[in-house]
Design a protein around this ligand. Structure first.
Ligand SMILES: [Zn+2]
Length: 72
């Protein structure tokens, strides 16, 4: 399953850090952040609940960039 989420982040460098953090999260097959569009596209592994995975992604992203936001 693939979903697209709106994000808030201050610069391309932090967007890149968010992408790396998202890709390390359990249940994520692949994640890509588009800073220009302020979007995060996530492909989930089968059997994972997107909302739960997104909660974990946000937690990890906040560790590398405390001011970021993901709307899910
Ligand atoms: Zn930044």
């Amino acid at each position: 399953m693939k979903k697209s989420y709106k994000i808030e982040v201050d610069c391309a460098n932090c967007a890149n850090k968010m992408e790396i953090a998202a890709n390390k999260t359990e249940g994520v097959k692949s994640a890509a952040v588009n800073f220009m569009a302020l979007k995060m596209n996530v492909e989930f592994e089968d059997g994972y609940e997107p909302k739960a995975v997104m909660g974990e992604i946000l937690k990890r992203c906040r560790k590398v960039e405390p001011d970021c936001e993901i709307f899910f």
